[in-house]
Design a protein. Structure first.
Length: 262
């Protein structure tokens, strides 16, 4: 699955580069509002811990369509009122049904930091993310055979004032993320190649993560007990999407999950 997604993404990037030149995207990025600090949102202030990054995701390869007639801004505002520390917007079109229009609308319609969650392979995507107002960008170690490109993208995200969230699934990937200078690391419990979920992964990788690095647990989080266990395992934050998007009332579902925060 991951290889198929990455192949499609490379074609998508080339098509976008042809339709909107990088020079135009850079100009748009310079005019975008300044980015908010995702790391500060996850570490500072008086919100309960672990903090929650609440996600807007229309569908997924493993879960199919999650919610019909999704109004991204309406759901984002529910998350904000329920106590989310930050928001994540899945922008992949082909496999997840998202778009940068969702991200731009959420960024305008809420006051929380917004993470662009996509398969970022090229500097063009980083500039385009900043142009539409992204505050943070997901980088997936498994998507990069070339660690030098990961380091390049990580540096560009920082240069543009945004926060990179570097996602790992194994101990070797964690080593790559730390070597790249990551200060915000996501542990994805879902193997992107098999789609299997291992909810023990955060606890097993946490001892290898320096305390000054902020750790986000991702995927498979369904209950307040899951949140509580992940917090006890050392997660500073959790990223939750599918459980919330399937709920009749996403804001109420987030409040129920946050009963596991302290």
């Amino acid at each position: 699955m991951l290889d198929r997604i990455l192949a499609h993404k490379r074609n998508e990037i080339e098509a976008l580069r042809t339709s909107v030149p990088l020079s135009d995207v850079r100009a748009q990025a310079r005019d975008a509002p300044p980015p908010q600090d995702l790391l500060a949102a996850l570490r500072e202030g008086a919100l309960p811990r672990p903090r929650v990054i609440a996600e807007i995701k229309r569908r997924s390869p493993s879960g199919g369509e999650l919610r019909k007639h999704t109004n991204a801004v309406e759901i984002a505002q529910q998350y904000m009122l329920a106590g989310a520390a930050a928001l994540s917007v899945v922008t992949d079109i082909e496999f997840f049904g998202g778009s940068l229009l969702d991200l731009a609308a959420v960024r305008t319609g809420t006051r929380l930091p917004v993470l662009r969650k996509d398969f970022i392979l090229d500097p063009y995507q980083v500039w385009r993310s900043r142009a539409v107002g992204a505050d943070a960008i997901l980088l997936i170690v498994a998507a990069h055979e070339d660690s030098e490109r990961l380091v390049e993208l990580h540096g560009l995200i920082l240069e543009l004032g945004m926060t990179p969230l570097v996602e790992v699934h194994t101990a070797p990937e964690l080593e790559i993320a730390l070597a790249a200078g990551a200060r915000l690391i996501g542990v994805n419990h879902r193997d992107l190649r098999t789609l299997d979920i291992d909810m023990t992964l955060t606890a097993r990788l946490r001892p290898q993560v320096p305390r000054e690095v902020t750790l986000v647990a991702e995927s498979g989080i369904k209950t307040a007990d899951d949140v509580r266990r992940l917090g006890a395992s050392g997660a500073d934050a959790v990223l939750v999407g599918e459980t919330l998007m399937r709920a009749p009332d996403p804001g109420a579902a987030l409040k129920e999950l946050m009963a596991g925060c302290s």
